[in-house]
Design a protein around this ligand. Structure first.
Ligand code: URA
Ligand code: CA
Length: 440
């Protein structure tokens, strides 16, 4: 079969056959296929759509263009994936907590790109910690410690690597079947038995509206179920940043503060919501309530924090940071952002805050850029809080005075004050399981 026949079918709005879909996936993984043919097909899919069967078959075909792992981690392997947010450090909170409850978590993460942070960059702010692990090393650590967070290797779903780069420059990123198959091809190749998805919705997320987020969540759950995996997706809010710390070492510090019981709030709450679903999929509890009680016990006893230390040390990192966050990289400058008037915080623009952190050096403009682990910002107020003129709203951590001042000015408009009080933003919008959707 020739790729042009597949382009022709989709151009006419036909549902692609399995053979056509496999032809597409092979072509995407073949360096000899010209970019223009793949780009034409991507645009045809973007405009004509794909049904659930096509999407699931494309996902499996893309996964099979690379290594298909079936890691023997000594129990039910559970993975978790977030579509990306700002101040979203749930992985570093819930992976050790779930492992402390007996779960086996093999987590492959990405680096930050755009305005969202990446877990791998955050982890690497712990001195000595390695994330470039071989499959064998990662599996050995999970068997011994219960969890491991490793960088995604290039051998997983190479067809996606090629297509994702093309989508970025052909205006075809915003297609639900293409997003769902892109993310899920890598998840299926990782070989987890159960996958919990955190689909972020709101101004700081890939999905801006609830209907879009629900459609993506349902598509991804269906793909996983069709491939024999246990699945669950939560739709969670991303209007204001989830945690109060934004920046790599700062987010590691916040995760440690949460695990040490010093900090509560939305980051802990979303971590518990996801963690209880992971324990359920792993068969370690009978209800979400029981799962939550197990996670809270691991938090209160310090078992979660000890697990983070064990994992960091197994990956070659200085585990003492879990006892002394002062060992993390520190910025030279800290600059307060103060309230210009009395009132209430009415909004904190997560997208803008993510871009401000990137401007300080916490994120990248291009994939090959280096990041500064120490820089970022801490928000001292959340949406709904009352403030008085002169109160410190945020602190900017910078290693360059000019960039620091720019961040302060930008934050003065990203944190919107007004005279009326507003409710705190919603955290959980919906839960998508194998049986259907539960709106909250
Ligand atoms: N993340 C991915 O890996 N793929 C997408 O298409 C979107 C987000
Ligand atoms: Ca991420």
């Amino acid at each position: 079969m020739e790729l042009i026949e597949v382009i022709e079918s989709k151009k006419l709005g036909k549902s692609l056959t399995r053979e056509e879909i496999e032809c597409f996936a092979h072509a995407a993984a073949d360096p000899k296929t010209p970019d223009y043919q793949l780009s034409a097909l991507l645009m045809a899919i973007r405009l004509q759509g794909m049904d659930a069967r096509e999407t699931a078959e494309l996902t499996m075909a893309m996964a099979k263009t690379g290594d298909m792992l079936r890691p023997d981690v000594g129990g039910v392997a559970i993975d978790k994936h977030s579509t990306g947010g700002v101040g979203d450090t749930t992985t570093l909170v819930l992976v050790p907590l779930v492992a402390a409850c007996g779960g086996r978590v093999i987590k492959m993460s990405g680096r930050g790109l755009g305005h969202t942070g990446g877990t791998i960059d955050k982890m690497e702010s712990i001195r000595g910690l390695r994330t470039e692990l071989s499959e064998q090393e990662a599996v050995e650590i999970v068997r011994r410690v219960g969890c491991c967070v490793a960088a995604q290797s290039g051998e997983l779903a190479p067809a996606d690597k090629r297509l994702y780069a093309l989508r970025d420059v052909t205006s075809t990123v915003d297609s639900i079947p293409l997003i769902a198959s892109s993310i899920m091809s890598k998840k299926l190749a990782m070989g987890a038995d159960g996958i919990v998805l955190d689909i972020k919705v709101g101004g700081g997320a890939l999905m801006r509206t609830l209907p879009e987020a629900l459609e993506l969540g349902r598509a991804m759950v269906e793909i996983g179920v069709r491939s024999g995996r246990r699945m669950c997706a939560l739709i969670t809010g991303m209007e204001e940043p989830l945690g109060s710390h934004i920046g790599n070492a700062l987010e590691v510090k916040e995760a440690i503060d949460v695990l040490a019981g010093r900090v509560q709030g939305p980051l802990l709450e979303v971590s518990l919501l996801l963690g209880e679903r992971m324990l359920l999929l792993a068969g370690l509890c009978a209800s979400p309530e029981e799962g939550r009680a197990m996670l809270m016990k691991a938090l209160r006893s310090g078992a979660g924090l000890s697990k983070l230390r064990e994992m960091a040390e197994a990956q070659g990192g200085d585990g003492r940071v879990t006892e002394d966050t002062g060992l993390l990289p520190q910025a030279a400058l800290s600059i307060p952002v103060t309230a210009a008037e009395d009132g209430f915080v009415q909004g904190i623009d997560a997208l803008e805050v993510g871009l401000i952190a990137r401007g300080l050096g916490a994120g990248r403009l291009r994939k090959e850029d280096a990041i500064d682990p120490a820089v970022g910002l801490v928000l001292h107020r959340r949406v709904g809080d009352r403030v008085k003129r002169g109160d410190t709203l945020a602190t900017v951590y910078a290693n360059d005075g000019r960039r620091g001042e720019e961040a302060v000015r930008a934050l003065e408009s990203a944190v919107r004050l007004g005279s009326e009080s507003v409710p705190a933003p919603r955290l959980l919008y919906a839960l998508i399981g194998e049986e259907g959707t539960e709106l909250r």
